[in-house]
Design a protein around this ligand. Structure first.
Ligand code: RNT
Ligand code: ZN
Length: 418
């Protein structure tokens, strides 16, 4: 009887002191929060045919078959989830509520508009995460929301964010797993501002108003997302990294690091061990910027691997919520979810298979030559065989086996959406 490729791979890793079973167990219990907005290019369901409007972010491409209704988005999510090993989470934006054809303004949304999502998630054993939507709205058209100079506009967005935290808490309560509600706002200037201070002072006050209500950590956590620049906010973003780092440290909030939100040569991986020394938790928006914050599909690449290596090496997984944030409208959107999520998982698996004890010993002994040699040779170990075993145990198709299912779904479902 021939030995499986898993068995021989397992032995290779064992020789380096790595237990593949432990790695697989950790991988299986680490959820990834799938972003609902990959399914419809950040349109949402406030009105039929809504499209992403402003906010300094952009989905490009017009691949046929985008979800136009809640039912279509759920069907597409089911199709994607069936091809991703493990139990995960769904990350909703406020514009994805079940508004039943009625116009409900952002400051009037309530848990009733998300009850059908809660039921849907419960049936599938998924957790939910949440986001206020501070773009695609007349009161966000001039590029400012929580930091707006007009108190009435600020108040509107404060009410929206408060409503979102309550909805998030209700989701976490109903599903028995804390919802992370992440505040991201587009506020900023295209060209050089005369006043960088005023909007930041107003943002601090608005956020304090948003977070005034204490919510039980067991059902809900707050995160704030920093950014360097966006389309139309190239010169100044109110909620910069320094702003939100300071805010998260002083208010004990989770900090959200989006991989597309920094200068292209900055390493987000390197920030993790610094930030987690001072903030209670981290939310990651795993993404890929190509020359700008372009939100391309996540790859199994060095940058993403480095990110997960840091989470594993630092023992940070329990304090980190892993979410995806990209929106590619130029390829099959279901496949985009599957490819990006599986790649994030593979990066995590690669990190879990690292012989960390041995590497640390070499480093402690000052043997940086052997450290480099080992780090390089790890790259050609049979990670793929361990990954295939993970897919097999989770009852989902392995690599090169899932795409036909998406192609059939495209022919039978997506292609009929015209
Ligand atoms: C925008 C932020 C933010 C959004 C989502 C849709 O630059 O990354 O997280 O992508 O909220
Ligand atoms: Zn993001």
């Amino acid at each position: 009887m021939s030995r499986s490729s898993y068995d021989s791979a397992r032995e290779l890793y064992a020789a380096l002191g790595v237990d593949t079973e432990t790695a697989l167990a950790t991988l299986a219990r680490t959820p990834i929060s799938l972003h609902c907005w990959q399914g419809d290019d950040v349109g949402g369901f406030e009105r039929a045919g809504a499209t992403l409007d402003g906010g300094g972010i952009q989905a490009t491409g017009n691949y046929p078959g985008k979800a136009r209704t809640i039912a279509e988005l759920r069907s597409d999510l089911d199709a994607a989830l069936a091809l991703i090993p493990g139990r995960h989470r769904l990350n909703l934006h406020a514009i994805y509520g079940d508004f039943g054809g009625k116009k409900v303004d952002r400051n009037a949304i309530g848990v009733e508009h998300f009850q059908s999502w809660i039921d849907w998630a419960k049936q599938r054993g998924l957790g939910l995460d949440f986001n206020p939507t501070c773009f695609s709205h007349p009161l966000a058209n001039d590029g400012f929301t929580l930091s707006h100079r007009d108190a009435a506009v600020r108040q509107f967005w404060i009410e929206h964010a408060i409503a979102c935290r309550r909805i998030g808490a209700a989701m976490g309560q109903a599903l028995g797993t804390p919802t992370v509600t992440n505040v991201w706002i587009p506020d900023g200037h295209k060209d050089l501002p005369a006043d960088r201070k005023g909007p930041r002072e107003r943002l601090e006050q608005s956020l304090d108003a948003v977070f005034k209500e204490q919510i039980d950590e067991r059902v809900h956590r707050d995160a704030v997302e920093c950014k360097l620049f966006g389309i139309g906010s190239e010169s100044y973003v109110v909620g910069s990294h320094e702003f939100y780092l300071g805010y998260a440290v002083t208010r004990k909030k989770m900090l959200c690091l989006d991989m597309g939100h920094f200068h292209p040569t900055e390493s987000v991986a390197d920030k993790i061990s610094s930030v987690l020394q001072f903030v209670p938790g981290l939310l990651l928006h795993v993404s890929r910027g190509v020359r700008w914050d372009s939100d391309h599909v996540v790859l199994f690449d060095d940058v993403t691997k480095a990110l997960f290596e840091e989470l594993v090496r630092g023992g940070f997984l329990p304090r980190t919520a892993i979410g995806l944030d990209y929106f590619d409208a130029s390829i099959n959107r279901v496949a985009a979810w599957v490819i990006g999520t599986r790649n994030a998982q593979k990066c995590l698996l690669a990190a879990l298979l690292e012989p960390s004890a041995r590497l640390r010993d070499l480093e402690a002994a000052g043997d940086h030559t052997a450290r480099l040699a080992l780090l390089e040779e790890l790259k050609t170990l049979p990670l793929g065989a361990i990954w295939e075993e993970h897919c097999r145990r989770a009852n989902v198709p392995g690599d090169r086996a899932w795409l036909p299912t998406v192609q059939r779904y495209e022919r039978e479902v997506l292609a009929l959406r015209r």
